[in-house]
Design a protein around this ligand. Structure first.
Ligand code: GLP
Length: 329
C-alpha cells in the first residue's frame, strides 16, 4: 500500500468516479491505518471507515490519483424510510429510538437540536409517561452548542434539550452532556468532550438532523472537514436560518452577525464512529441536498455525503424531503 501515490476513489471498488474528485484522509493526528501501515506526518491515505477517522478530509483531483494498488473505502447505500409527513416521521423515529433504548437500556445516544427532532423528543416523552419507557440508564451527548453563551441563553441548546426532553424523562443529571459554552479554554473543552464520548464506550446511536446546505451538527460545507470535536464557524445561510428574529436587523446592525457565530460541534469523524446513525429530515428545503448526500459525490462541500462511508445509516424522511431521493433512485 502506497502512502504517496493517490488512487481514484471508487464506488464499491468498481469503476465509477465521484465527480472527478477523490476523497483522501490526511492523517495529521495519527499515522496508522487499520492494516497497521504507518505514515509520515503529511501522508495522504484513502478514507478508511474501519479506522478512527480523526483528522481532516480533503479532495484531490482524480488526475493526481495513480496508484491502483491502495485499499479503497466501501461506499454504502443507506436504508431510506419515507413517511407521509413530519408527524409520521417523528413517530417512526420514536419507534426506532424507543426500541433501541428498550433493547439496550444503557445505550449511548448522540442527540441533535433544531426543529426536526422536536416531534421525536415529544414522542419519547409520551412513551416515558404513558408506556413506561425508562431512560434512567441512557447516556447522551448533544452534537453541538454555541461558544461563549450563557448556559440559559434562550438560543442555546442546554435550554432546548431541557425543555424538549431532559426535564420530562428520567435520565439522570450527569448522564446527559453538551459542550460547555462557558469553557474558558476552547481547545481543552473539545478534547474533554471527545474524551467523554470515548470514555462512555462510544456512541451507539447517533441521531442527526441535516442542514439545508448539507451540514451535520455544525460541520459546515467547505474544502475540508474536521474529524474530531472542534469549534466551527457557522455558515451565513445557517446563521440566517437559525436566527430568524435577528436576521432582519442585520442590515442596520451588522455587528449582530458576531453573535452565535461559532459553535462547538462533534466532528465528522465522531459521527462516523457511531455504531448506527439515524438521520431525520422533513420539508422541501432539504430535498436536493439529501439526494446528493445519498447518491452524489462524497465531498466536504456536502458533509452529509460522508454518511455514505458508514455501513449502518437509516434516513427517515417525510415525503417532501425524500422527493428528490426518490426521483434520482
Ligand atoms: C442546526 C443544528 C443541526 C441541525 C440542523 C438542522 O443548525 N446545528 O444539528 O441538524 O441545523 O436544523 P433544522 O432541524 O431546524 O432544520
Amino acid at each position: 500500500m502506497s502512502a504517496t501515490a493517490p488512487a481514484p476513489f471508487r464506488r464499491d471498488g468498481g469503476s465509477g468516479r465521484f465527480g472527478g474528485y477523490c476523497l483522501w484522509h490526511h492523517y495529521r493526528l495519527q499515522g496508522r491505518t487499520s492494516s497497521g501501515t504507518t505514515f509520515p506526518k503529511r501522508a495522504w491515505v484513502p478514507v478508511d471507515i474501519t479506522v478512527v477517522p480523526r483528522g481532516s478530509y480533503t479532495l484531490l483531483p482524480c488526475s493526481q490519483a495513480r496508484d491502483e494498488t491502495v485499499e479503497r473505502p466501501t461506499v454504502h447505500v443507506p436504508e431510506i424510510l419515507l413517511e407521509a409527513d413530519y408527524n409520521a416521521m417523528s413517530l417512526r423515529a420514536g419507534d426506532i429510538v424507543g426500541e433501541a433504548i428498550r433493547h439496550n437500556p444503557s445505550i449511548v445516544l448522540a442527540l441533535p437540536t433544531g426543529t426536526t427532532p422536536i416531534g421525536l423528543y415529544a414522542d419519547l416523552v409520551r412513551r416515558h409517561r404513558d408506556e413506561g419507557l425508562s431512560l434512567s440508564g441512557v447516556t447522551t451527548f448533544n452534537l453541538d452548542e454555541y461558544v461563549g453563551i450563557a448556559i440559559d441563553d434562550r438560543e442555546g441548546y442546554h435550554g432546548f434539550m431541557r425543555s424538549h426532553l431532559f426535564d420530562h424523562v428520567d435520565i439522570p443529571e450527569g448522564a446527559w452532556h453538551l459542550p460547555n459554552p462557558q469553557a474558558t479554554d476552547a481547545g481543552a473543552e473539545v478534547r474533554r468532550y471527545e474524551g467523554l464520548i470515548d470514555a462512555s464506550g462510544g456512541i451507539d446511536l447517533a441521531i442527526l438532523g441535516v442542514g439545508a446546505n448539507g451540514h451535520l451538527a455544525f460541520n459546515e460545507p467547505g474544502d475540508t472537514l474536521t474529524g474530531p470535536t472542534h469549534v466551527a464557524a457557522l455558515a451565513d445561510d445557517t446563521w440566517l436560518r437559525n436566527f430568524p428574529s435577528l436576521a432582519p436587523r442585520l442590515k442596520d446592525e451588522p455587528e449582530l452577525r458576531a453573535r452565535y457565530s461559532t459553535a462547538y460541534t462533534v466532528g465528522i469523524g465522531t459521527i462516523l464512529r457511531a455504531r448506527k446513525i439515524l438521520v431525520l429530515a422533513s420539508g422541501m428545503a432539504k430535498a436536493s441536498i439529501l439526494a446528493s448526500a445519498v447518491r452524489g459525490a462524497i465531498t466536504p462541500r456536502n458533509p452529509a455525503s460522508f454518511l455514505q462511508l458508514h455501513p449502518d445509516v437509516t434516513f427517515i424522511l417525510d415525503e417532501a424531503a425524500g422527493s428528490w431521493v426518490h426521483y434520482t433512485a
